[in-house]
Design a protein. Structure first.
Length: 422
């Protein structure tokens, strides 16, 4: 397996062009299954998760082609209505095909998902939402089987907690259900809006975009879609955090600043200089005395759980006591032990970490436990004394396009060491 060697080479400076969002393009790819023909997605990032979803769609019978950062998904051969364990176990977003398949074809068989190694994230909300639309759900031998006699029926479902994955899965199914569906307490993350926009391009009738109540008038059929993937707010946030932790000045471009307001509020409270333009954000931590802050990870528009690990790495470098609570995934703290290996002083209790910042970090061998923890290890390595060797960076490759190249372009010193099996 590949690994990274990261070395402290001083403050970062420069501009990073943001790639398309992993968490938006994956449901868009699944949505293509709702129509017969060739759907188009532009600004698609090159990621391991993209390859996994493409492989899954090929198993189902689709053809995938396209030029640089473009996807053409031809669903006219889709007839194998099963998502096998070998693919779904590596990426939870593979589960997105369940709703479109049962809505269009009346049946689907999808393995229970895998993905990141941390904590249980059950799919019960996906299944209960589909049942509210008339699907019959059975789980046998690790597979979910969903069927309906003719078409799904419009229904009403209230998500007991905000869930991006469940929202988009049930939403996609509702677009082909007979009658009206109303989804209450839907997630309002930008990636949900991006999925709504793509479904609208396919001829879906959806009201309530950007609100917690989505009303869908089901159609008998949709046509192939065409849309552009939104910018990856988590990638942009990660590079901004890299600028802050190294006390540098970094700009991310081709971003939507309105997607980053909670993160930018944290930076401002840290006493980081923040400037925002129409499609760019710049943070400046040069010659500034940064302050410890408290952070609570919440569903959008709150502080994103996907930035929790990276900001914790930043907070280890700021003198004082900071508190980080994650109310979204309460056990998402596998990176704490690895940061402690670098010299961080963190006390973990339940869903809350108390960081006694300002201790000097020292390079060590650490392990990437999941996607965002991988990025946190790289950020910490950028300011640690000596070299930091990070294993299992295949997690990072799932969600960051050209990560080390972008980091090196703004002054980061990171080397990819290819494993013997590469």
């Amino acid at each position: 397996m590949d690994s990274f060697r990261v070395t402290n080479d001083g403050p970062l400076a420069g501009e990073v062009v943001t790639s398309g969002a992993k968490n938006a393009v994956l449901p868009m790819m699944a949505a293509a299954l709702l129509a017969d023909g060739i759907s188009e997605i532009t600004n698609a990032p090159h990621l391991k998760d993209m390859k996994t979803m493409s492989d899954l769609l090929r198993v189902i019978g689709c053809r995938i082609s396209g030029a640089e950062h473009e996807l053409l998904i031809d669903t006219r051969g889709a007839n194998h209505l099963e998502a096998p364990y070998e693919l779904v176990k590596t990426m939870r977003a593979s589960f997105y095909v369940l709703g479109p398949l049962v809505a269009r074809f009346g049946r689907a068989r999808v393995s229970l998902p895998g993905g990141c190694a941390w904590g249980p994230r059950p799919v019960d909300l996906h299944l209960k939402g589909l049942e509210a639309l008339g699907a019959t759900i059975t789980v046998t031998h690790g597979y979910v089987e969903a069927t309906c006699a003719t078409r799904l029926k419009g229904g009403v479902f209230h998500f007991p907690i905000s869930s991006v994955g469940a929202t988009v899965n049930v939403l996609m199914a509702a677009t082909l259900a007979e009658g009206t569906s109303i989804l209450h307490n839907s997630a309002v993350e930008p990636e949900v809006d991006a999925t709504v926009d793509y479904l609208l391009s396919m001829g879906a009738d959806i009201q309530g975009r950007g609100t917690r109540t989505l009303t869908i008038q089901g159609k008998t059929e949709l046509h192939p879609g065409k849309g552009r993937t939104i910018a990856d707010r988590i990638e942009a946030g990660t590079f901004l955090a890299a600028g802050v932790i190294t006390r540098g000045c970094v700009r991310t471009s081709q971003v939507d600043p309105s997607h980053q307001e909670a993160l930018l509020d944290v930076f401002r409270r840290m006493n980081v200089g923040v400037q925002v333009g129409p499609d760019w954000i710049e943070v400046d931590a040069r010659n500034r005395e940064l302050k410890a802050v408290d952070i609570v990870a919440l569903p959008f528009p709150g502080f994103p759980t996907d930035m929790q690990a990276q900001l914790m790495a930043v907070l280890t470098t700021i003198p004082g006591v900071s508190i980080v609570q994650d109310t979204v995934y309460t056990d998402r703290f596998m990176h704490v032990a690895e940061l402690e290996r670098l010299g961080a002083d963190i006390r973990l209790k339940g869903d809350t970490a108390v960081i006694h910042g300002g201790t000097k970090l020292s390079g060590a061998q650490v392990m990437a436990s999941d996607l965002r923890a991988s990025a946190a290890m790289v950020l910490a390595g950028l300011v640690a004394d000596g070299a930091t060797d990070i294993s299992r960076i295949y997690h990072l490759d799932r969600g960051y396009e050209d990560f080390e190249q972008k980091l090196m372009a703004i002054g980061g010193k990171v080397e990819r060491i290819h494993g013997t099996g590469a």
